[in-house]
Design a protein around this ligand. Structure first.
Ligand code: FES
Length: 77
């Protein structure tokens, strides 16, 4: 018999993105990338999630965190 899992509200990473879903998953087809550099949010604060809108800068200032985007680069051949 295992004890019930405690919910740790203070440790939530995702505060408001797609909270109606049990899991937030984004799929990006690499063939659809239009520009040479696309930045994807890893701080969960972007208002354009999953694309980075630079909200990580304010988040890092407020919290002392050091998070930043995932940058996908497309080579032009
Ligand atoms: Fe989240 Fe930039 S806004 S990583």
């Amino acid at each position: 018999f295992l004890p019930k899992k405690k919910k740790q509200k203070d440790s939530l990473i995702n505060l408001k993105i797609q909270k109606e879903n049990p899991k937030v998953v984004n799929e990006i087809d690499i063939e659809d990338l239009k520009s040479t550099n696309v930045c994807y949010c890893r701080c969960w604060r972007s208002k354009t999630f999953p694309v980075c809108d630079k909200s990580h800068i304010k988040h890092n200032e407020l919290t002392g965190d050091n998070v930043g985007p995932l940058i996908l680069k497309k080579k032009i051949l």
